[in-house]
Design a protein around this ligand. Structure first.
Ligand code: SIN
Ligand code: FE2
Length: 222
C-alpha cells in the first residue's frame, strides 16, 4: 500500500517542540531544547555584556592560557589567573563590577533548575564561555562555590559540542553527551562535584553564531 504523507490536524495536537528530559547520570539531566525559543534573545544579551566586559582568555593557576574565552555577569564573576580560581565582585582587568544578570538569564536558570527538581535556586553568578573551533575545557569540578546543595545550570548555544560528565573522582569514566543549541544541563546533589568538561569544538556552523559555541553557567557562588 502506498503511504501518503498527509499532514493531519492531529500532527499539531501534541507540542512537537516541547522540551524533554534525559538523565546523563544520577542527579544530572539534560533538558533538551529548553532554551531553544530564547536563543536569539540570549545571544543578544551576551553581545550586550561582551560590549561592556570583553571576552578574554584567562590564565590557569598553572600558567596555561585557556582556549575558552570568558566573561561574566551577576553579582559574582568567576576568574582565574596565576593566583588561583575564585569568585570576584569586580573584573580584575578593569576593577569595575560585572554587568547585572539580565532578567532573561535569571528567569531561564530558575525555570531550568525548578524543572530539574531544584525550586528556589537563585543564581548570583553567570560565567559566559565562548568556544571557537578547537577550543576545549578539560575535566574539572565546579567547587569554588559556598553551598554544594545548590545545583549548576548550564545552557548551550550555537555550534554543538560533546559534553563529558564523569563521577566524583577524576578517574571515573565520563559519559559523553552531544549538546546542541538550546539544551540545558542541570546537575546537583550526588552529581554536584562530578568532573565534567567539553571536548575540542569541531568546525561547524550555526545560523546565529557562525562557528562559535557559547555556554552560560549559572551558579550560586555565595
Ligand atoms: C563549564 O564547565 O564551565 C563549561 C561547560 C560547557 O561549556 O558546557
Ligand atoms: Fe564547570
Amino acid at each position: 500500500m502506498k503511504k501518503s504523507l498527509s499532514i493531519t490536524p492531529d500532527l499539531f495536537a501534541g507540542d512537537l517542540s516541547a522540551p524533554w528530559v534525559e538523565t546523563i547520570v544520577d542527579d544530572a539531566v539534560v533538558l533538551r531544547h529548553f532554551a531553544l525559543e530564547k536563543e536569539e534573545a540570549l545571544l543578544a544579551a551576551i553581545a550586550g555584556i561582551a560590549e561592556r566586559v570583553p571576552f578574554r582568555n584567562m590564565r590557569t593557576p598553572g600558567g596555561h592560557t585557556m582556549s575558552v574565552a570568558m566573561t561574566c555577569c551577576g553579582e559574582w564573576g568567576w576568574v582565574t589567573d596565576t593566583s588561583g580560581y575564585r569568585y570576584q565582585a569586580s573584573d580584575p582587568s578593569s576593577g569595575r563590577t560585572w554587568p547585572e544578570m539580565p532578567e532573561i538569564f535569571r528567569a531561564l536558570a530558575v525555570a531550568a533548575a525548578t524543572e530539574a527538581g531544584y525550586p528556589g535556586f537563585e543564581p548570583d553568578a553567570c560565567l559566559i564561555n565562548r568556544y571557537q573551533p578547537g577550543a576545549k575545557m578539560g575535566l574539572h569540578q565546579d567547587k569554588d562555590e559556598n553551598d554544594f546543595a545548590q545545583p549548576i545550570v548550564s545552557v548551550s548555544l550555537g555550534v554543538p559540542a560533546t559534553f563529558q560528565l564523569g563521577g566524583a573522582r577524576r578517574r571515573d569514566r565520563p559519559v559523553n553527551t552531544t549538546l546542541i543549541s538550546g539544551d540545558v544541563v542541570v546537575w546537583g546533589r550526588s552529581a554536584r562535584l562530578n568532573y565534567h568538561g567539553v571536548l575540542r569544538l569541531k568546525p561547524g556552523q550555526h545560523l546565529l553564531t557562525g562557528d562559535l559555541r557559547y555556554n552560560l553557567t549559572f551558579r550560586r557562588a555565595r
